[in-house]
Design a protein around this ligand. Structure first.
Ligand SMILES: [Fe+2]
Length: 281
Protein backbone atom coordinates (compact mmCIF):
# COMPACT_ATOMS: atom_id res chain seq x y z
CA UNK A 1 0.00 0.00 0.00
CA UNK A 2 1.13 3.52 -0.69
CA UNK A 3 0.11 6.89 0.60
CA UNK A 4 -0.88 9.78 -1.60
CA UNK A 5 0.05 13.30 -0.51
CA UNK A 6 -3.41 13.60 1.02
CA UNK A 7 -2.94 10.52 3.20
CA UNK A 8 -5.41 8.45 1.24
CA UNK A 9 -4.32 4.85 1.47
CA UNK A 10 -4.55 3.24 -1.94
CA UNK A 11 -4.35 -0.44 -2.84
CA UNK A 12 -3.57 -1.63 -6.37
CA UNK A 13 -6.19 -3.64 -8.27
CA UNK A 14 -5.03 -6.29 -10.75
CA UNK A 15 -4.41 -5.89 -13.63
CA UNK A 16 -5.04 -2.14 -13.31
CA UNK A 17 -6.84 0.37 -11.13
CA UNK A 18 -6.71 1.31 -7.46
CA UNK A 19 -8.96 0.88 -4.45
CA UNK A 20 -9.53 3.09 -1.44
CA UNK A 21 -11.13 1.36 1.53
CA UNK A 22 -13.07 3.22 4.19
CA UNK A 23 -10.65 3.97 7.03
CA UNK A 24 -13.34 3.35 9.66
CA UNK A 25 -16.99 2.31 9.79
CA UNK A 26 -19.28 5.16 8.87
CA UNK A 27 -16.65 7.04 6.87
CA UNK A 28 -18.14 8.99 3.98
CA UNK A 29 -16.67 9.36 0.48
CA UNK A 30 -17.38 13.06 0.72
CA UNK A 31 -14.48 13.28 3.20
CA UNK A 32 -12.00 12.41 0.43
CA UNK A 33 -10.74 15.34 -1.66
CA UNK A 34 -12.23 15.00 -5.15
CA UNK A 35 -9.18 16.61 -6.80
CA UNK A 36 -7.02 13.76 -5.48
CA UNK A 37 -9.53 11.11 -6.53
CA UNK A 38 -9.80 12.64 -9.99
CA UNK A 39 -6.01 12.41 -10.38
CA UNK A 40 -6.16 8.75 -9.32
CA UNK A 41 -8.78 7.95 -11.97
CA UNK A 42 -6.81 9.75 -14.69
CA UNK A 43 -3.63 7.87 -13.75
CA UNK A 44 -5.02 4.41 -12.94
CA UNK A 45 -8.29 4.52 -14.96
CA UNK A 46 -10.37 2.70 -12.31
CA UNK A 47 -11.01 3.79 -8.75
CA UNK A 48 -12.94 1.57 -6.35
CA UNK A 49 -14.24 3.19 -3.18
CA UNK A 50 -15.35 0.39 -0.87
CA UNK A 51 -16.88 0.28 2.58
CA UNK A 52 -17.97 3.90 2.75
CA UNK A 53 -21.38 5.03 3.90
CA UNK A 54 -23.53 4.94 0.79
CA UNK A 55 -25.96 7.26 -0.87
CA UNK A 56 -29.55 6.44 -0.02
CA UNK A 57 -31.11 8.17 -3.02
CA UNK A 58 -30.27 8.93 -6.65
CA UNK A 59 -30.29 12.61 -5.72
CA UNK A 60 -27.48 12.07 -3.19
CA UNK A 61 -25.41 10.23 -5.79
CA UNK A 62 -25.97 13.04 -8.30
CA UNK A 63 -25.10 15.72 -5.74
CA UNK A 64 -21.85 13.93 -4.90
CA UNK A 65 -20.99 13.37 -8.59
CA UNK A 66 -21.48 17.07 -9.31
CA UNK A 67 -18.33 17.68 -7.28
CA UNK A 68 -16.47 15.82 -10.02
CA UNK A 69 -17.76 18.06 -12.81
CA UNK A 70 -20.76 18.82 -14.96
CA UNK A 71 -23.08 15.84 -15.33
CA UNK A 72 -24.46 14.42 -18.59
CA UNK A 73 -28.18 15.10 -18.66
CA UNK A 74 -30.43 12.49 -20.28
CA UNK A 75 -34.18 12.56 -20.90
CA UNK A 76 -34.48 10.62 -17.62
CA UNK A 77 -32.17 12.99 -15.72
CA UNK A 78 -28.61 12.37 -14.60
CA UNK A 79 -28.89 9.02 -12.80
CA UNK A 80 -29.47 5.83 -14.78
CA UNK A 81 -30.85 2.89 -12.84
CA UNK A 82 -29.32 -0.26 -14.27
CA UNK A 83 -31.69 -3.00 -13.30
CA UNK A 84 -33.05 -5.94 -15.25
CA UNK A 85 -36.45 -5.39 -16.81
CA UNK A 86 -38.93 -8.15 -17.35
CA UNK A 87 -39.32 -7.51 -21.08
CA UNK A 88 -36.38 -5.28 -21.99
CA UNK A 89 -36.45 -3.39 -25.28
CA UNK A 90 -32.69 -3.10 -25.19
CA UNK A 91 -29.84 -5.31 -23.97
CA UNK A 92 -28.80 -2.65 -21.44
CA UNK A 93 -31.80 -3.67 -19.33
CA UNK A 94 -31.41 -7.41 -19.97
CA UNK A 95 -29.31 -9.93 -18.07
CA UNK A 96 -27.26 -10.71 -21.19
CA UNK A 97 -23.65 -9.81 -21.70
CA UNK A 98 -22.94 -6.27 -22.90
CA UNK A 99 -20.31 -5.92 -25.61
CA UNK A 100 -17.38 -3.55 -25.17
CA UNK A 101 -18.13 0.10 -26.00
CA UNK A 102 -17.45 3.60 -24.75
CA UNK A 103 -20.10 5.74 -23.13
CA UNK A 104 -21.43 8.74 -24.99
CA UNK A 105 -20.51 7.34 -28.40
CA UNK A 106 -24.00 8.21 -29.65
CA UNK A 107 -24.40 11.46 -27.77
CA UNK A 108 -23.45 15.11 -28.31
CA UNK A 109 -20.75 14.92 -25.66
CA UNK A 110 -18.49 12.14 -24.40
CA UNK A 111 -18.25 11.90 -20.60
CA UNK A 112 -14.78 11.71 -19.10
CA UNK A 113 -15.87 9.77 -16.01
CA UNK A 114 -18.52 7.26 -15.09
CA UNK A 115 -19.60 7.01 -11.47
CA UNK A 116 -21.25 3.70 -10.58
CA UNK A 117 -22.93 2.96 -7.29
CA UNK A 118 -23.85 -0.62 -6.43
CA UNK A 119 -27.23 -0.37 -4.72
CA UNK A 120 -27.54 -4.13 -4.58
CA UNK A 121 -25.03 -6.74 -5.65
CA UNK A 122 -26.23 -9.62 -7.84
CA UNK A 123 -25.00 -12.19 -5.33
CA UNK A 124 -22.15 -14.67 -5.35
CA UNK A 125 -21.88 -16.82 -8.50
CA UNK A 126 -24.55 -14.78 -10.31
CA UNK A 127 -22.09 -13.03 -12.66
CA UNK A 128 -22.91 -9.48 -13.78
CA UNK A 129 -19.39 -8.14 -13.42
CA UNK A 130 -18.80 -4.86 -15.23
CA UNK A 131 -15.84 -5.41 -17.53
CA UNK A 132 -13.20 -2.82 -18.34
CA UNK A 133 -10.40 -3.07 -20.89
CA UNK A 134 -7.27 -0.97 -20.59
CA UNK A 135 -6.87 0.11 -24.20
CA UNK A 136 -3.45 1.88 -24.00
CA UNK A 137 -2.07 -1.32 -22.44
CA UNK A 138 -3.62 -3.35 -25.27
CA UNK A 139 -1.85 -1.16 -27.82
CA UNK A 140 1.48 -1.24 -25.94
CA UNK A 141 1.45 -5.03 -25.64
CA UNK A 142 0.42 -5.85 -29.22
CA UNK A 143 2.91 -6.30 -32.07
CA UNK A 144 3.16 -3.29 -34.42
CA UNK A 145 1.93 -5.23 -37.48
CA UNK A 146 -1.33 -6.09 -35.75
CA UNK A 147 -1.76 -2.54 -34.43
CA UNK A 148 -1.20 -1.29 -37.99
CA UNK A 149 -4.09 -3.49 -39.19
CA UNK A 150 -6.36 -2.22 -36.43
CA UNK A 151 -5.31 1.35 -37.25
CA UNK A 152 -6.56 0.93 -40.83
CA UNK A 153 -10.10 0.28 -39.60
CA UNK A 154 -12.92 2.78 -39.11
CA UNK A 155 -16.13 1.78 -37.39
CA UNK A 156 -19.51 3.31 -38.20
CA UNK A 157 -22.16 2.58 -35.62
CA UNK A 158 -25.89 3.11 -35.67
CA UNK A 159 -28.07 2.52 -32.66
CA UNK A 160 -31.65 3.34 -31.85
CA UNK A 161 -32.96 3.23 -28.29
CA UNK A 162 -35.61 5.06 -26.31
CA UNK A 163 -33.06 7.82 -25.79
CA UNK A 164 -31.49 8.36 -29.21
CA UNK A 165 -31.30 7.29 -32.85
CA UNK A 166 -27.73 8.16 -33.77
CA UNK A 167 -24.87 7.37 -36.09
CA UNK A 168 -21.27 7.75 -35.02
CA UNK A 169 -17.99 7.01 -36.73
CA UNK A 170 -14.51 6.57 -35.29
CA UNK A 171 -11.13 5.20 -36.22
CA UNK A 172 -10.53 2.06 -34.22
CA UNK A 173 -7.22 3.44 -32.98
CA UNK A 174 -7.29 7.07 -31.99
CA UNK A 175 -5.92 9.28 -29.23
CA UNK A 176 -7.02 10.36 -25.78
CA UNK A 177 -8.58 13.81 -26.26
CA UNK A 178 -6.49 15.44 -23.52
CA UNK A 179 -3.21 13.52 -23.21
CA UNK A 180 -2.84 12.27 -26.79
CA UNK A 181 -2.14 8.73 -25.55
CA UNK A 182 -3.18 6.13 -28.16
CA UNK A 183 -6.50 4.53 -27.20
CA UNK A 184 -9.06 2.24 -28.83
CA UNK A 185 -12.65 3.27 -29.62
CA UNK A 186 -14.58 0.16 -30.62
CA UNK A 187 -18.05 -1.24 -30.24
CA UNK A 188 -17.50 -4.96 -30.17
CA UNK A 189 -19.81 -6.75 -32.64
CA UNK A 190 -22.12 -9.49 -31.41
CA UNK A 191 -23.17 -12.40 -33.58
CA UNK A 192 -26.11 -11.25 -35.73
CA UNK A 193 -27.78 -14.64 -35.18
CA UNK A 194 -27.68 -14.30 -31.38
CA UNK A 195 -31.45 -14.21 -30.85
CA UNK A 196 -31.05 -13.64 -27.11
CA UNK A 197 -29.34 -10.30 -27.67
CA UNK A 198 -32.03 -7.62 -27.65
CA UNK A 199 -31.78 -4.67 -30.08
CA UNK A 200 -28.63 -5.26 -32.11
CA UNK A 201 -26.82 -2.09 -33.08
CA UNK A 202 -25.94 -1.74 -36.74
CA UNK A 203 -22.14 -1.86 -37.02
CA UNK A 204 -20.02 -1.41 -40.15
CA UNK A 205 -16.27 -1.55 -40.42
CA UNK A 206 -14.21 -0.35 -43.37
CA UNK A 207 -10.53 -0.15 -44.25
CA UNK A 208 -9.42 -3.77 -44.71
CA UNK A 209 -10.31 -6.61 -47.10
CA UNK A 210 -12.86 -9.06 -45.64
CA UNK A 211 -10.42 -11.75 -44.55
CA UNK A 212 -8.10 -9.25 -42.88
CA UNK A 213 -11.08 -7.54 -41.24
CA UNK A 214 -12.20 -10.81 -39.68
CA UNK A 215 -8.68 -11.36 -38.38
CA UNK A 216 -8.54 -7.79 -37.01
CA UNK A 217 -11.77 -8.36 -35.04
CA UNK A 218 -10.46 -11.68 -33.75
CA UNK A 219 -7.08 -10.33 -32.61
CA UNK A 220 -8.63 -7.20 -31.12
CA UNK A 221 -11.24 -9.10 -29.16
CA UNK A 222 -8.59 -11.49 -27.82
CA UNK A 223 -6.40 -8.56 -26.73
CA UNK A 224 -9.26 -6.61 -25.11
CA UNK A 225 -10.30 -9.65 -23.07
CA UNK A 226 -6.75 -10.82 -22.31
CA UNK A 227 -6.52 -11.13 -18.51
CA UNK A 228 -3.50 -8.79 -18.64
CA UNK A 229 -5.78 -5.99 -19.88
CA UNK A 230 -9.23 -6.85 -18.53
CA UNK A 231 -10.61 -5.97 -15.12
CA UNK A 232 -13.99 -7.55 -14.34
CA UNK A 233 -15.48 -5.85 -11.29
CA UNK A 234 -17.45 -8.14 -8.99
CA UNK A 235 -19.94 -5.85 -7.32
CA UNK A 236 -20.46 -5.62 -3.59
CA UNK A 237 -23.39 -3.65 -2.26
CA UNK A 238 -22.19 -0.14 -1.46
CA UNK A 239 -19.29 -0.09 -3.93
CA UNK A 240 -18.63 3.18 -5.68
CA UNK A 241 -16.53 2.83 -8.85
CA UNK A 242 -15.26 5.78 -10.87
CA UNK A 243 -13.79 5.07 -14.30
CA UNK A 244 -11.89 6.82 -17.09
CA UNK A 245 -14.22 6.65 -20.09
CA UNK A 246 -11.74 8.47 -22.37
CA UNK A 247 -9.30 5.58 -21.98
CA UNK A 248 -11.22 2.39 -21.25
CA UNK A 249 -13.81 0.36 -23.05
CA UNK A 250 -16.39 -1.34 -20.89
CA UNK A 251 -19.08 -4.00 -21.02
CA UNK A 252 -20.82 -6.48 -18.76
CA UNK A 253 -20.72 -10.20 -18.11
CA UNK A 254 -24.10 -11.91 -18.30
CA UNK A 255 -25.81 -12.55 -14.99
CA UNK A 256 -28.42 -14.89 -13.62
CA UNK A 257 -31.79 -13.58 -14.70
CA UNK A 258 -33.72 -12.50 -11.63
CA UNK A 259 -30.58 -11.87 -9.56
CA UNK A 260 -31.02 -8.61 -7.62
CA UNK A 261 -28.35 -6.67 -9.53
CA UNK A 262 -28.97 -2.93 -9.19
CA UNK A 263 -26.43 -0.31 -10.17
CA UNK A 264 -26.81 3.42 -10.58
CA UNK A 265 -24.66 5.27 -13.07
CA UNK A 266 -23.84 8.92 -13.53
CA UNK A 267 -21.68 10.37 -16.29
CA UNK A 268 -19.37 13.31 -15.60
CA UNK A 269 -18.28 15.50 -18.50
CA UNK A 270 -14.69 16.61 -18.96
CA UNK A 271 -13.45 20.11 -18.20
CA UNK A 272 -14.16 21.53 -20.70
CA UNK A 273 -16.81 19.12 -21.96
CA UNK A 274 -15.73 17.06 -24.96
CA UNK A 275 -17.95 17.39 -28.02
CA UNK A 276 -18.31 13.99 -29.63
CA UNK A 277 -15.85 14.06 -32.54
CA UNK A 278 -17.52 11.15 -34.35
CA UNK A 279 -21.22 12.00 -34.18
CA UNK A 280 -22.71 12.01 -37.68
CA UNK A 281 -26.32 12.51 -36.62
FE1 LIG B 1 -21.86 1.91 -21.11
Amino acid sequence: MTDTPHDIEITPIEPFGVAVHAPRPGARVGELPVATLRDLVREHHILLLRGFDGFDTPQELAAYSEQWGELSVWPFGTVLDLIEKERPEDHIFDSSYMPMHWDGMYREQIPEFQVFQCVRAPGVDNGGETTFSNTPAVLRDTDPETVAKWSAVTGTYHRETDFYDSVTTSPLVTTHPVTGTPVIRYNEPTAADDADFVNHPDLRFTGLPDDEMAEAHRTLRAALYDPAHLYAHSWRTGDLVVTDNYTLLHGRNAFTSGAPRHLRRVQVLGTPALDNPGLVR
